[in-house]
Write a protein that binds this ligand. Structure first.
Ligand SMILES: [Zn+2]
Length: 235
């Protein structure tokens, strides 16, 4: 027991140090962390504890480790918040600790906010075109439903990004796999795909047109109706 507690503390000390360095700017994106041996000496802990801490940071999407001796070798600060949040959320939805109903409410909240604000935001070049390209791909009548639902989730992430809020975008991107998951489940257990795919296409184009016309109020209302309409069919 005491041994375990000591190693937990060692691991926390490394994580805290790295967090402090990121906050103060001592460590920035693209920087390399000191080597395992150097960190072990700095903190007076075992190399195994250092490895544990690095692995935890990797899972959180804060660093990426590359082996070898080239210029890209070592542990680099990357920051990829949505991939880490995304896999955590997906697992918690799978464990049913995060009910689909709550995912749906959260997306209604974020997507209506995003589309209302996208109307007045300055869009990055190519952002709106990306949403349109996704809808065009979804118009393919031969597209299997899993491919459609993956593009559908991407479309919602792309639309939300138009608001230009990086925290909301990251949260939406993290929800992407959870959204695709519940839509896929509904489609495969209900088997009513052919009845609804045409309606989904129509709703998506209507939403995009409102967004492109910078009609935030209408876009927000349409996206809410779209999400709730589909969810009501899965109950
Ligand atoms: Zn949709």
């Amino acid at each position: 027991m005491p041994v375990e507690r000591a190693s937990e503390r060692a691991h926390d000390a490394v994580l805290r140090h790295i967090e402090d360095s990121l906050r103060s700017g001592g460590l920035k994106l693209g920087d390399r962390l000191p080597g395992e041996r150097a960190l072990a000496e700095q903190f007076g802990i075992s190399r195994a504890s250092v490895r544990d801490a690095i692995r935890a940071l990797e899972v959180m999407g804060i660093v990426r480790s590359a082996t070898g001796s080239g210029p890209n070798a070592g542990t680099i600060v990357v920051s990829d918040p949505s991939s880490a949040l995304g896999s955590a959320l997906r697992l918690h939805v799978a464990s049913q600790r995060l009910p689909v109903k709550d995912i749906v409410e959260a997306r209604v909240m974020m997507e209506t906010w995003s589309l209302a604000h996208a109307a007045d935001a300055e869009w990055e070049p190519g952002q709106a075109e990306e949403a349109r390209r996704l809808l065009e791909a979804m118009d393919d009548p031969g597209l299997p439903s899993p491919a459609f639902t993956a593009l559908d989730a991407q479309f919602h992430v792309a639309l939300s990004a138009l608001a230009g809020n990086s925290v909301v975008s990251t949260m939406m991107d993290s929800l992407r796999e959870s959204i695709r998951g519940y839509v896929d489940d509904a489609v495969s257990t209900r088997g009513q795909w052919h009845d609804i795919v045409g309606e989904l296409r129509r709703q998506h184009w209507e939403i995009l047109e409102a967004v492109e016309a910078r009609d935030g109020e209408r876009a927000a209302r349409l996206v809410q109706e779209h999400i709730e309409w589909f969810y009501a069919r899965t109950l």
